[in-house]
Design a protein around this ligand. Structure first.
Ligand SMILES: *[C@@H]1O[C@H](CO)[C@@H](O)[C@H](O)[C@H]1NC(C)=O
Ligand SMILES: *[C@@H]1O[C@H](CO)[C@@H](O)[C@H](O)[C@H]1NC(C)=O
Ligand SMILES: *[C@@H]1O[C@H](CO)[C@@H](O)[C@H](O)[C@H]1NC(C)=O
Ligand SMILES: *[C@@H]1O[C@H](CO)[C@@H](O)[C@H](O)[C@H]1NC(C)=O
Ligand SMILES: *[C@@H]1O[C@H](CO)[C@@H](O)[C@H](O)[C@H]1NC(C)=O
Ligand SMILES: *[C@@H]1O[C@H](CO)[C@@H](O)[C@H](O)[C@H]1NC(C)=O
Ligand SMILES: *[C@@H]1O[C@H](CO)[C@@H](O)[C@H](O)[C@H]1NC(C)=O
Ligand SMILES: *[C@@H]1O[C@H](CO)[C@@H](O)[C@H](O)[C@H]1NC(C)=O
Ligand SMILES: *[C@@H]1O[C@H](CO)[C@@H](O)[C@H](O)[C@H]1NC(C)=O
Ligand SMILES: *[C@@H]1O[C@H](CO)[C@@H](O)[C@H](O)[C@H]1NC(C)=O
Ligand SMILES: *[C@@H]1O[C@H](CO)[C@@H](O)[C@H](O)[C@H]1NC(C)=O
Ligand SMILES: *[C@@H]1O[C@H](CO)[C@@H](O)[C@H](O)[C@H]1NC(C)=O
Length: 735
């Protein structure tokens, strides 16, 4: 069930004020019905998601710095299990996976952290963050109380033991570095599981049992800070249940215990982008309106932007059909550059709230109508004589003039005015006082010289009786590749002995892409899409009398990341037939002698690494234009300066690109949107992947392209807007 094909743009967690003042102990971070309490102080916190492996350690200080400058208090990240434990018990926390370094950078800049351990995370990340080796644990069913296997004599045959093992590993790592707030560190919140309620019913009575187990397991780890479960009505004490959904204000049943705050995570109708999809643009005004509304109307005290910086799905880390750039439309774009006016407008919003947070947290709230579609929310501290007001105009089309405390105010359509003294408007959500900016790409180098490139064809695998893996049926793709590669060859040989002038190859696939080769000749390809993964390919083929080789290359574009029973999802070929178009005769090869080969030869030889280039023969690329399954390589110097760098691959079709041996991700330029554009043609090359000179670029092209039109571009912002926006933002001191 791909229930969450929409990703949340902004997740707003709102804490409702109740009369309940019971504090639940959580080390030095506690909470009550009103807000989190850190070292005795209530807080209104603005938080933003930045996922450490979606950028580089060299980028982290600047990203976190810009988030702080933008008025955030908290950086939120998931923890990526499949990066950290590639093999059971073998851990990797190096480079982009250095979680401790990331959290310490957050701390160094004086911000808090929210650690969403999961360890199921979804997040448009391959396999929802699970290491693929879990798939081969005998009898495993993910994310449920795998009771029959608990009783096994082997200590670990059960998902939940692996889950506990990994969660413990992360918590212990954080503790050993003193990173929980209770130890003086920045982590104020942790999350266990992730939107589990969406799949819970599929597991019947084992669902709630699993929730109880997961909550107890987490709480027993004694982090000293609260745990949350998002979208989990039955989150057991003291784990805070939060709501994710479209209309939580109507559908959320509230906290499941009187001493817990109500927390709301809303979907904000922006989309992560998939191949074939357009970018979803959400205006700064619209985001600001909803953030302000949640704080005013629902006494919100914690707002998280998903994502604040999306970044890049390097390598093969994106989930099925998700593009390499992630949430480029966030306040910090894929390259970490300010997206204006979004970044600046939200910064002003945060500043306006800071200016009055004490009254919001301590005052009494009243609300009243100012007109048919206009309302006021007023927070008052009688003792201190302080008053804060929000004037809301819910009318989408027309201005409204309202009287508030005997003063007349003009309210713009769909806007909220913030009056920190109940008199002067310091911010209006619909009035953008930050200039827009534009990204400028400058071509630093065009690789248009035939002599600068070399090319090589990969091998089209044919069935050989000696092939290592054979089966008399079509095997499930992932179960064969074990995710060691996107590619799986299905090969077979047959004797053609019927008379047929128009044979048609018919292949049914569970997804994602199939390339067909008949007797070594590329005869076509077909693919599914994010929403419809299954597809049928029907192509005319030329057959020899007698022996024929059919080689079908099945390709995955990321593993699935959502839904119950992820361990039993299917990909790869389902049926293969050759029909004679003019008669009713056909060959059915679905149950036939198939030979399998995982991966391409160039991948196996790792020819994208400089030290392995000599493992294959490279030639002048004259003969390699528009050729399927072709490798291209060239060397280049880094563009001067410090501007971010992108590789413009618009002249290519589909494949993967490596710089100095590191994959910058899959590309799929030939999958066009409904407007006839590629979803992504510019691919981020982090500066830290580059040397000054002699950088190796290697491309694997599946379909066919022309590398002579590839360019290396630098990316910057239109300077006028950038400087204006930076200087126009009023600096309102914090609290
Ligand atoms: C997790 O399991 C591995 C063995 O697979 C073991 O070496 C390690 O100590 C365990 N870690 C924890 C935190 O339980
Ligand atoms: C947390 O509370 C303990 C005991 O009250 C105190 O010693 C410690 O300094 C506090 N930690 C922080 C980070 O304030
Ligand atoms: C929320 O998501 C649903 C689908 O899951 C979508 O129909 C709806 O438009 C989204 N946004 C809002 C604000 O409801
Ligand atoms: C809020 O802003 C007003 C006017 O901009 C300023 O006079 C006041 O000192 C600020 N209050 C706080 C608590 O920062
Ligand atoms: C917000 O707090 C006020 C008390 O200040 C309370 O009356 C109101 O019900 C709260 N709002 C919600 C949505 O809980
Ligand atoms: C106050 O706000 C609540 C929740 O938003 C709403 O149901 C109620 O009608 C409002 N009261 C007035 C007098 O507008
Ligand atoms: C609303 O009022 C503003 C001035 O306050 C004006 O600029 C704008 O055009 C008006 N918009 C509409 C829809 O009337
Ligand atoms: C508004 O004006 C009326 C009459 O001028 C006066 O009675 C009332 O006290 C005023 N209200 C406020 C909040 O100033
Ligand atoms: C995966 O492959 C193994 C043999 O390698 C087989 O025993 C198992 O049934 C397969 N599982 C699935 C789900 O296809
Ligand atoms: C089968 O034959 C019909 C009639 O000649 C033709 O229209 C159709 O395109 C053929 N199908 C394929 C897949 O070649
Ligand atoms: C080919 O065999 C498969 C597996 O037995 C079957 O599902 C499919 O319907 C057959 N195709 C035709 C055209 O009969
Ligand atoms: C925009 O911000 C500047 C600098 O703080 C301020 O002087 C100006 O009045 C603001 N303009 C509007 C329309 O709010």
């Amino acid at each position: 069930m791909e229930w969450r094909w929409l990703q949340f743009w902004v997740m707003v967690v709102v804490v409702l004020i109740t009369d309940e003042r019971v504090s639940v102990s959580g080390g030095n971070v506690t909470y009550d019905g009103r807000s989190l309490i850190i070292d005795g102080q209530r807080k209104i916190l603005f938080s933003g998601s930045i996922h450490y492996p979606r950028s580089t350690p060299e980028m982290w200080p600047s990203l976190i710095g810009k988030a702080k400058e933008g008025g955030l208090d908290v950086i939120q990240t998931y923890v990526f299990w499949n990066l950290h434990e590639p093999q059971p018990g073998q851990y990797d926390f190096s480079g982009r996976y250095d979680l401790v370094k990331f959290i310490k950078e957050i701390q160094a800049q004086g911000l808090y952290a929210c650690l969403r351990i999961g360890p199921f995370i979804e997040s448009e990340w391959t396999y929802g963050g699970f290491p693929f080796w879990l798939h081969d644990v005998p009898g495993i069913v993910y994310r449920t109380d795998n009771e029959p296997f608990k009783a096994c004599t082997l200590p670990i045959t059960n998902y939940i033991f692996y889950m506990q093992n990994f969660t413990t590993k992360i918590v212990n790592l954080m503790k050993s570095e003193g990173l929980y707030a209770s130890q003086g560190g920045p982590i104020i919140l942790s999350q266990i599981e992730n939107e589990y309620q969406n799949v819970e019913a599929a597991f019947h009575e084992k669902g709630p049992a699993y929730v109880r187990w997961a909550a107890k397991m987490a709480v027993d780890l004694q982090t000293g800070v609260p745990w949350v479960m998002c979208k989990q009505t039955d989150a057991p004490d003291p784990v805070i249940n939060t709501c994710n959904g479209m209309q939580c204000g109507k559908t959320f049943g509230g906290p499941n215990s009187p001493n817990k705050p109500s927390m709301w995570t809303e979907n904000w109708t922006s989309f992560y982008q998939v191949y074939g999809g357009e970018p979803y643009i959400r205006s700064a005004e619209n985001i600001a309106f909803h953030v302000a509304l949640f704080i005013a109307r629902l006494n919100g005290s914690y707002v998280n932007y998903y994502m604040y910086h999306g970044g890049t799905n390097f390598g093969r880390t994106s989930s099925a059909y998700v593009i390499t750039g992630y949430y480029d439309q966030a306040p910090l774009d894929e390259y970490g550059l300010l997206r204006q006016p979004k970044w600046g407008h939200l910064k002003q919003l945060h500043a306006a709230f800071r200016n009055c947070s004490t009254t919001l947290l301590q005052g009494m709230r009243t609300n009243f109508s100012l007109g048919q579609l206009q309302e006021a929310y007023v927070f008052q501290e009688e003792s201190a004589g302080r008053c804060v007001a929000f004037l809301v105009n819910n009318d989408e089309k027309t201005n409204a003039t309202v009287q508030f405390r005997n003063i007349s105010y003009d309210l713009m359509p769909m806007s909220i005015s913030i009056l920190p003294d109940c008199e002067n408007v310091i911010f209006n959500t619909a009035k953008v006082n930050t200039s827009s900016n534009k990204r400028i790409t400058r071509s630093a180098q065009i690789f248009d010289s035939v002599d600068s490139w070399e090319g090589s064809k990969d091998v089209i695998q044919n069935f050989e009786p000696t092939i290592s893996l054979q089966s008399d049926t079509l095997l499930e793709h992932m179960n064969v590749t074990k995710d060691k590669s996107d590619y799986l060859w299905y090969t077979m040989r047959f004797q053609h002995n019927i008379s047929c002038t128009e044979p048609v190859l018919r292949v049914e696939s569970f997804g994602h892409v199939t390339h067909a080769f008949v007797n070594g000749i590329n005869t076509g390809n077909a693919h599914g899409s994010h929403d419809t993964k299954q597809f049928i390919m029907e192509i005319p083929v030329l057959l020899n009398d007698g022996s024929n080789n059919i080689s079908l290359l099945s390709v995955m574009v990321g593993l699935p990341d959502s839904g119950a029973f992820l361990e039993s999802k299917f990909a790869g070929l389902k049926r293969v037939e050759i029909h004679c178009n003019e008669t009713d005769q056909f060959y059915n090869f679905t149950n036939y002698a198939w030979g399998y080969q995982v991966g391409l030869l160039g991948e196996k030889l790792q020819i994208y690494r400089e030290e392995n280039l000599d493992n294959i023969e490279w030639n002048n690329i004259e003969g390699y234009f528009n050729q399927s399954l072709t490798w291209y390589m060239t060397f280049f110097d880094a563009p001067v300066g410090n501007d971010p760098v992108g590789l413009n691959l618009s002249s290519m079709a589909k494949g993967e690109a490596w710089i100095n041996g590191q994959s910058i991700g899959r590309y799929w330029v030939s999958f066009l949107t409904s407007k006839g554009q590629p979803s992504q043609s510019m691919y981020h090359v982090p500066r830290s992947f580059l040397k000054d000179s002699e950088n190796l670029l290697v491309l694997l092209e599946e379909v066919g392209g022309n590398p002579l039109h590839i360019s290396l571009d630098t990316i910057s912002l239109s300077s006028l807007s950038e400087s204006t926006s930076y200087h126009q933002i009023p600096s309102i001191s914090l609290e």
